[in-house]
Design a protein around this ligand. Structure first.
Ligand code: GLU
Length: 469
């Protein structure tokens, strides 16, 4: 039997990193099993769905490495409304479901102050369908439902503790729980790999599979993703959107490597491994069921390593969207015509070792392209203390006299200027750096001055000097 898995996101917001993790696990599992990965967009919540979220999911999947020609679909849940209704009808006809007109208040009035679930009041009333009547599934009174889960063993649920749950609302529309099962069944899904949050739904869904007369799939509930406080990652509190990481300049390769480590690790003492190793070594059954900590700091460090491992020309190309501003990436502070590709190429190797995410390229190189540097006033106050004006005068004099405008000469000149004033190079550099780049930290100074050129360097040193009068 061909393995068929599916990834079934709801297009109700930005694409969650936890979702990306589940998608990758499904995709690798399918590949390993010679199976099929199906993409199904669960778009039945018309009030919350937006087409742009669907487009966002497709492009985010593509970015993370799940190309459109490697999966079946996308299918849209809304297109299967007829199948959902038909299944609800079959369950009713077979006596596996019944109509109910109880309000929540009525149930509560009968069962006491706290709502403990439905009390089965309409089970044997034989109500015919009617406006405002919900369809409830008649759960078995006895026995257990054993879920076969590749990650969690065999979680077992007492049937008598499962309430008669609603499968179609009062207006006749089937609920998510049923639609999700019917789609899996229609699409021949053999393995449902999804987030742990859905585990409480699983016994109910398995009962539906049984009642519809089809063998349930094998389940695998992958761990919930949590923040440093062990709280489930939430879009209100945490940075969860894959697109946000992409736009900040995380490399897809780093991101997918990191996501696969949520609850799993490759062999040996390694974490950063080529994707081919992950595809080969990943085992769904080895995924740790405990909550997985999404450690943004670690991801950043990972990304830095991936950036440093790029050949320089690839690094230059990877920086391009932040240097020009494309799509959802904000434009840089300079005008397009101010950008100088050669100057960038000259400093790129210096920047490559210093940044952890690609967007950080902008503040590192903006001094090269802006007519005037963006002066950080706090940096200015720190660097332009007693003696700065006089030091800048001496630097201007030394640099004006330089025959060869190269990093080595620029450095030895400033070293000499500093030494005459009893200053180490670091101290002598500070006012020069702030005058030229606007910041106290940045790329190696003398290489930067070399690329910036004599004229612009001197002009900036003079301008800073004038501000100190
Ligand atoms: N649409 C559901 C969600 O986004 C997925 C349910 C499932 O994978 O079974 O949470």
């Amino acid at each position: 039997m061909t393995v068929r898995v599916r990834f079934a996101p709801s297009p109700t917001g930005m694409f969650h990193v936890g979702g990306a993790r589940s998608a990758l696990q499904n995709w690798i599992f399918a590949k390993q099993q010679g199976g099929v990965f199906v993409l199904r967009v669960e778009d039945t919540d018309a009030a919350r769905n937006k087409p742009e979220w669907t487009e966002g999911i497709l492009s985010a999947l593509e970015w993370i490495g799940i190309a459109r020609d490697t999966y079946e679909g996308p299918y849209f849940q809304s297109a299967y409304a007829g199948e959902h209704r038909a299944a609800a009808g079959r369950l009713y006809d077979a006596g596996r479901a019944y109509y109910c007109d109880c309000t929540r208040e009525a149930v509560q009035a009968r069962t006491g102050s706290q709502y403990q679930g439905y009390d089965g009041f309409c089970r044997d009333r034989g109500l015919p369908p009617g406006e405002g009547r919900a369809l409830r599934f008649r759960t078995p009174d006895e026995g257990t439902t054993v879920v076969v889960d590749l990650i969690r063993g065999e979680p077992t649920f007492e049937n008598k503790l499962i309430e008669d749950f609603v499968i179609a609302r009062g207006d006749g529309s089937p609920v998510f729980l049923l639609a999700n099962v019917v789609d899996d069944l229609t699409m021949g899904i053999t393995h449902v790999i999804r987030a742990e949050e859905h585990l409480p739904n699983t016994p109910k869904q398995q009962l539906l599979w049984d009642a519809l007369g089809v063998k349930p799939p094998v389940w695998a509930h992958v761990p919930v993703v949590v923040n440093e406080k062990r709280q489930k990652l939430s879009k209100r509190r945490d940075k969860v959107a894959l697109e946000a990481y992409r736009d900040e300049g995380y490399l897809a390769a780093a991101m997918r490597n990191y996501l696969m480590l949520l609850g799993w690790a490759p062999s040996g003492d390694r974490e950063i491994v080529p994707w081919s190793v992950i595809e080969e070594e990943f085992r769904l059954t080895e995924v740790n069921p405990s909550p997985a900590f999404f450690d943004e700091k670690k991801l950043r460090a990972f990304n830095g390593e991936y950036i440093r491992a790029l050949p320089v020309d690839e690094f230059v190309a990877a920086c391009r969207p932040w240097l020009t501003g494309t799509g959802t990436i904000a434009p840089p502070p300079w005008q397009p015509e101010e950008f100088d590709a050669d100057a960038f190429a000259a400093v790129a190797p210096l920047a490559q070792t210093r940044i952890a995410v690609l967007s950080e390229i902008v503040p590192n190189v903006d001094f090269l392209f802006l007519a005037d540097p963006l002066i950080d006033e706090a940096a200015w106050a720190k660097a332009m203390k007693e003696g700065a004006a006089e030091l800048l005068d001496a630097a201007v004099a030394g640099y004006t006299a330089l025959e060869s405008w190269d990093a080595e000469s620029l450095k030895s000149t400033l070293e000499a200027v500093g030494a005459e004033r009893g200053l180490k190079l670091g101290k002598a550099q500070a006012p020069v750096r702030v005058a030229v780049t606007g910041r106290t930290v940045g790329l190696p100074l003398f290489e930067s001055l070399e690329v910036l050129g004599r004229e612009r360097t001197l002009a900036r040193l003079r301008a800073a000097r004038l501000r100190l009068v």
